[in-house]
Write a new protein. Sequence first.
Length: 286
Amino acid sequence: MKLRKVTAASAVVLALTLSATACGGDNKDEGGSSSTGGSGGGKIKIGIKYDQPGLGLKKPDGSFAGFDVDVATYVAKQLGYEPDQIEFVETKSADRENALARGDVKFIAATYSITDERKQKVDFAGPYLLAHQDLLVKSDSDISKGTDLNGKKLCSVTGSTSAQNVQKSIAPKANLREYSTYSECIAGLQSGAVDAVTTDDSILAGFAAQDQYKGKFKLAGLKLSNENYGVGVKKGDTATLDKINKALEQMVSDGSWQKAVDANFGPADYKNEPAPKIGVIVPNAS
């Protein structure tokens, strides 16, 4: 009897050990803290912008909205994550490559233009949107082409090449105004402190679509550059890259992509390009 009791106790210990091993392993969230991952209850960390209306915006109530947010949420769903399993992490432009290299996030959807220089450090799924550098002006403005900016006040953010490109190659007599944020540029446009704001048309459309600006601004419709937005992933993570590309293809094919474009940019009368083909990069004119 004594031997049987020991054997039974050992069996219980063994069962508990195996159970603990199965439930308490080293599984981690995608890009973050310990959990079970995927649809089993884990979380995924995704990099976005927090301050770009229509693309990536953290609202006062703590929720998130925008086209990049919609793309990220759709992709995460295809990877096995429900919306409540997503942790959106602010990734500013200067820190995007580092955030991926450190593993802070699993992927980034944040107006991330695909360039040869960036491809040395990260891999890109997509592109999922083709944007262009453009101008935002008041709805009654007579600015309709780049040369109309000569003698006008042109705004962009400090350190951006957008306004400098216009001043250098299109309107050398434009008066450049550099502010800290695009929000300041938009406020300056509304007050008359500046005559035009320049950056990617998708960013401009996002601002123009805000309730307080509806009907006040318009896009000039200039295509001053080609900006191929991609989803950034850690260099060498081909498994995630392939899954995201498939998710983006499905988002287009089932109509979700166009629905997201219309919802986020439609109020600004944004003339978006058709959904780009995966792996096809539209170069800038030389």
